[in-house]
Design a protein around this ligand. Structure first.
Ligand code: HEC
Ligand code: HEC
Ligand code: HEC
Length: 386
């Protein structure tokens, strides 16, 4: 019995070694044609596809889940998709470039194949990419919040026509005059700016997406610092890192200057979309007196606009963006920059409820930069000569 087992193992071992040597000789011979111009044999294609599906199914088992019904998520995903995915996969009304169509495997039309994957599986593919295919991994894999925006978009994609895609991905409709005058005055920077306009506000219209920060009214120093932090990978974001890394130094400075000088067009920022007034009251207390028992300093000590130029303004900023950034600090994801270290000591001491409250409060404050200039004093009546 023992002898039979030993013999079986020996035979199996030899077969494995022979197969290994055979595979090596086959590769060494160079006979296999790796030309992308030749399609795979049907069997090779089937095997690769089967392997891909099984690998994704197995590895995505432990992927997290999230609620995906926020329309802001879909729009943010669309904005990124247009620059980061559509060049390979194409988009409604916009097929990919003929060069891309000569890739093997060819990046598929995601409107067609996305429904064959579950949200968890799409999340896993977008996060990790696919080996040996050219499908890249997410630039900042720790930013799961951003990955969910992509998944939310991929889920909505099959039902999207070209017009709806254009509206979401490029902000084409619904936002009046995409600042044609501002593009004209900016010369070579205009090209970069037209990319920023896909997501951020133009001079004519605010960004309707509450997950995307308003830039106008921030100081040039803060905007430059933020763009450099993205470009250097110190502030992880799979959406903004590729944007900032693509800017040369002059363009980066010009864009920061441009947004710093932007008129703040949400003067009526006091409109709060969801917060109840007692929530704003609670948030106001945190902002002005902090939470002494937890060692949280008053936010306004630094965010009232009078502090250092590199301290951002929060007045009138979208509440979901503010809350999202505070959660990043709580998860240790925005702590690697010099200034990020300051907030890293503060944000983790806030409870989830306090995060929501303080975000609602800041959104409700009309931006200081938006305050109308005081009207010029009326001319004094001429004094009577005595
Ligand atoms: C450089 C080109 C390229 C870019 C950029 C790219 N992909 Fe891909 N993607 C591919 C290729 C190639 C495949 C593999 C197709 C295959 O295996 O048949 C793929 C596969 C996929 C798949 C699996 C589809 C399937 O059924 O096989 C998904 C989902 C996907 N990509 C989503 C995205 C998303 C989302 C982005 C942007 C964040 C993106 N891709 C960016 C090239 C790209
Ligand atoms: C696909 C949408 C998208 C595009 C295009 C885009 N941004 Fe952003 N931007 C975002 C998002 C989302 C954030 C928040 C990222 C984070 O969580 O750190 C952001 C953050 C920023 C910030 C940091 C703001 C703050 O308050 O800290 C700056 C500065 C910025 N973007 C500038 C630009 C510029 C300049 C361009 C054009 C070159 C641009 N963005 C293009 C979506 C976009
Ligand atoms: C000691 C000064 C200081 C205090 C106090 C402070 N902050 Fe900050 N905060 C900063 C600095 C500096 C930054 C810029 C960090 C960076 O660029 O990485 C910042 C950034 C932020 C941002 C990101 C803004 C953006 O546009 O991305 C939010 C949100 C924020 N703080 C909220 C708060 C809240 C809420 C409180 C009160 C609970 C608070 N801060 C208290 C200094 C402070």
């Amino acid at each position: 019995m023992a002898l039979a087992t030993t013999r079986t193992i020996a035979i199996l071992g030899s077969v494995v070694i022979a197969l290994g040597v055979g595979a090596f000789l086959f590769a060494w011979s160079g006979i296999y044609n790796i030309a992308a111009s030749e399609p795979h044999f049907a069997i090779t294609y089937w095997l690769l596809d089967f392997g891909k599906r099984r690998a994704v199914e197995t590895h995505s088992l432990l992927a997290p889940t999230a609620v995906l019904d926020d329309p802001n998520l879909v729009a943010l995903g669309a904005g990124h998709f247009h620059g980061g995915c559509a060049p390979c996969h194409g988009a409604p009304g916009e097929p990919s470039n003929p060069i891309i169509q000569r890739m093997l495997p060819r990046p598929p039309d995601l409107a067609r194949v996305a429904p064959t994957w579950t949200p968890k599986q799409l999340f896993w593919i977008a996060k990790h990419g696919l080996k040996f295919t050219g499908m890249p991994a997410w630039v900042a894999p720790e930013r799961e919040d951003e990955l969910w925006a992509i998944v939310a978009f991929l889920r909505a994609l099959p039902k999207m026509d070209a017009a709806e895609y254009r509206r979401l991905a490029k902000g084409d409709a619904g936002r009046p005059s995409r600042g044609i005058r501002e593009l004209a005055t900016l010369g070579s920077v205009a090209d970069a700016l037209s990319r920023c306009h896909r997501c951020h506000e133009t001079q004519a219209a605010p960004s309707p997406n509450r997950l995307i920060p308003k830039l106008a009214g921030q100081s040039q120093a803060y905007l430059e610092m933020s763009l450099r932090n993205y470009a250097n990978g110190l502030r992880p974001s799979g959406i903004m890192q590729p944007m900032a890394a693509g800017l040369d130094e002059r363009t980066l400075i010009e864009l920061a200057k441009h947004y710093a000088e932007h008129p703040v067009i949400w003067a009526e920022a006091g409109i709060v979309q969801s917060a109840a007034s007692n929530q704003i009251e609670r948030g106001k207390r945190i902002a002005s007196t902090g939470v002494p028992e937890k060692g949280v300093p008053p936010c306004l000590a630094c965010h009232a606009g009078k502090s250092a130029a590199t301290f951002p303004k929060l007045d009138g900023q979208h509440a979901p963006y503010i809350a999202g950034q505070l959660r990043l600090w709580r998860r240790g994801l925005r702590s690697r920059t010099v200034h990020g270290a300051i907030m890293a000591a503060i944000a983790p001491r806030l409870s989830e409820e306090q995060v929501e409250d303080v975000a609602a409060y800041f959104e409700s404050v009309a931006s200081t930069a938006a305050a109308p200039e005081p009207p010029p004093a009326p001319p004094l009546p001429p004094r009577r000569r005595r």
